[in-house]
Design a protein around this ligand. Structure first.
Ligand SMILES: Cc1cc2nc3c(=O)[nH]c(=O)nc-3n(C[C@H](O)[C@H](O)[C@H](O)COP(=O)(O)OP(=O)(O)OC[C@H]3O[C@@H](n4cnc5c(N)ncnc54)[C@H](O)[C@@H]3O)c2cc1C
Length: 591
């Protein structure tokens, strides 16, 4: 009989993690089975190098960094991960690279780590499992539910035949939506520059001319990449806290819905007892929500649990390490906190027990710091926003505010529960990223220096862009009546990961072929093992998907050590399902 075949499309961190789990589970599910006599082939399809893939490839600017501390990045499991397969320990990025754990490594170095992880995982596979890399795009999958699949590759007349296919496609490129299409068409007609949402490292920035104003919509991590490539990337440099321009930089006018950059990455480590999470939003609450006959509404039924969970993490830490900033005993507060219902009751309890407002958790203020804030002129606002960033930087590097880090742990816990609840709404992912996955402190210090040097200007919250009079014009709610005009507009964000608008033919065809998507456009997968669901909720026996474009998306591919990483659990479940499926096929063929 012919050997079994597994095709993995996408050889970035998720594809790599899957191979690591296949190797880890092989001794139990493979050795001694009929499958191990026959062996099988893994075909890894990705135009970019295995391990690093597109985002972490070593061929990119050395100026681009990770936004995680090197000690917070691991590709290996530990006993905090709830999974059926075995734990296989391995080094974190900082242990592997021999660097300080608090360093923000550049993406090239992470790419080298990922390549090493890939090579080690392949070396750990039994000899009869062979891995073949095809440096091409996969264009289409065809084949019946119950039979072998065909995976069609660019430039190849015949498809790869696959008993199973796993898609770990990562971040997707997308077709322009109606607004982007109109702006692009306007730019075309008037000779303007319009750069739509994209992976910044792959954008051609050469059209952004020195000294020219450029409107930038988006203040997250894609903006930070853009800022770096257009400043240091054009020959500027820092002397301490002063930016020395090269003269080749454009002038960036940045704004967004919130009008502020993502909160600074927290700059100290956890010490002491962790908050006992989950407490108010755990498996029991998830099961109750799932069992509700009429379904549940996110804002009405889930959000209050999330708020309560995050507050619990915050106050648990505050009472634990700063009892002098609280009044009363924790046990008493905890009991009342558990019993309190509704915003008013909780607010009153907190106000009575935590005298300093800076020690209270205010998610609304954290989320929208410019809400209702108005400035009379852009000049005043520049100073105001620099003050805000300075305060955020100093608080997030001050361990006496470690309840902030407890909230971070709470956010991770909540994320894990939301996955179990059947999917993570995009707004939650955005809220999480803004609060928990912001830029490294040094990047925000650079942002301040660029602002002082006049290379970077802030537009404000609720930034709106119109195309009129042959230019782009930006306004914001923060500085009423003022506007900025420019001949260039950059949308500094990743494309929305919607299956229906993906530029990728592979996903579009899957969708046309019956694969289900959530109302937010994410591909629906079976939470048990990542099998792709059809519109009747039936899992496809031979097709799996992992990663940020699915409703099984996790906070990010890189797990912090000892945080239970849901991505590891998913990779493990998919690897086991694949081995069992291939084993059963071999058994049938041998019988
Ligand atoms: C710019 C950027 C920076 C980030 N920084 C961090 C960070 O610092 N820390 C962190 O924890 N997370 C970070 N993330 C989050 C990110 O989700 C993960 O780090 C990780 O890259 C996701 O892994 P993945 O394998 O799912 O996707 P990807 O890394 O996107 O890999 C998917 C692979 O699939 C391939 N592919 C897609 N379609 C096809 C096709 N049709 N045919 C063949 N191959 C295909 C792509 O070429 C790519 O190599 C960042 C994300 C981005 C976009």
């Amino acid at each position: 009989m012919s050997r079994g075949t597994l095709v993995i499309v996408g050889a970035g961190p998720r594809g790599t993690g899957l191979i690591e789990r296949i190797a880890a589970n092989a001794p139990e599910l493979y050795a001694g089975s009929g499958l191990s006599r026959e062996g099988f082939d893994i075909h890894l399809v990705d135009p970019y190098p295995p391990g690093a893939g597109r985002i972490w490839r070593e061929a990119q600017s050395p100026l681009l960094w990770m936004n995680s501390h090197a000690e917070d990045v691991t590709m290996f499991t530990d006993e905090t991960v709830t999974m059926e397969g075995p734990v296989r320990p391995g080094p974190t990025l900082h242990e592997w690279a021999g660097i300080d754990g608090s360093v923000f490594a550049d993406r090239q170095l992470q790419g080298a780590y990922l390549r090493w992880v890939h090579e080690r995982a392949v070396a750990d596979l039994p000899d009869s499992i062979r891995v073949h890399h095809h440096p091409r795009r996969a264009l289409r999958i065809s084949g019946p539910r119950e039979g072998r699949q065909q995976v069609w590759l660019e430039g190849r007349p015949r498809p790869l035949l696959a008993d199973l296919v796993v898609l770990s496609l990562g971040h997707l490129d997308a077709e322009l939506d109606a607004e982007q299409g109109d702006l692009a068409a306007y730019a075309e007609r008037h000779g303007l520059v319009h750069l739509p949402p994209d992976f910044t490292a792959d954008s051609d920035l050469s059209a952004l001319a020195p000294g020219e104003p450029v409107l930038v919509r988006g203040f997250g991590l894609a903006f930070v990449d853009l800022m770096v490539l257009l400043t240091e990337g054009r020959g500027g440099r820092y002397e301490g806290d002063t930016y020395v321009p090269s003269g080749r930089e454009p002038v960036l006018y940045v704004g967004s819905r919130r009008g502020v950059p993502y909160h600074s990455k927290i700059g100290y480590e956890w010490t002491g007892e962790r908050p006992p999470l989950p407490r108010f939003f755990g498996p029991a609450e998830v099961d109750q929500l799932l069992a509700r006959p009429g379904g549940f509404d996110f804002r009405r039924d889930v959000w209050p649990l999330v708020e309560k969970e995050l507050g619990f993490a915050h106050y648990h830490r505050l009472f634990d390490v700063h009892p002098e900033r609280t009044s009363g005993a924790w046990a008493d507060f905890e009991e009342k906190y558990a019993a309190a219902e509704g915003e008013a009751e909780l607010g009153a309890l907190v106000a009575s027990a935590v005298p300093d407002p800076a020690d209270r958790l205010d998610l609304t203020a954290l989320d929208r710091p410019l809400e209702g804030v108005r400035y009379g002129s852009y000049e005043e606002f520049q100073e105001g926003l620099r003050g805000y960033v300075e305060r955020d930087l100093s608080r997030r590097h001050d361990p006496s505010y470690s309840p902030d880090l407890a909230v971070f742990l709470g956010l991770l816990s909540v994320y894990g529960q939301l996955i179990r609840l059947g999917g993570v709404p995009p707004w939650w992912h955005g809220f999480f990223s803004y609060l928990a996955s912001g830029p490294p402190g040094p990047r925000l210090r650079q942002l301040l220096a660029l602002s002082r040097a006049g290379v970077l200007k802030f537009v404000g919250a609720d930034m709106s862009v119109t195309a009129e009079g042959g230019v782009f014009r930006a306004t914001s709610a923060t500085v009423p009546g003022a506007f900025v005009e420019a001949r260039a507009l950059v949308e500094a964000r990743l494309p929305e990961p919607t299956v229906g608008r993906a530029r990728d033919t592979l996903l579009r065809e899957l969708h046309a072929d019956g694969a289900a998507e959530t109302p937010d456009g994410l591909l629906r997968v079976d939470p048990a093992d990542g099998r792709i669901l059809d519109r009747n909720g039936r899992p496809h026996p031979r097709r799996f998907a992992l990663g940020p474009y699915t409703d099984g998306r996790t906070p990010g591919a890189f797990t912090r050590p000892r945080t239970g990483g849901p991505a590891f659990r998913q990779n493990d479940a998919t690897a086991r399902a694949a081995l069992l499926f291939l084993g059963a096929l071999t058994g049938r063929a041998a019988a």
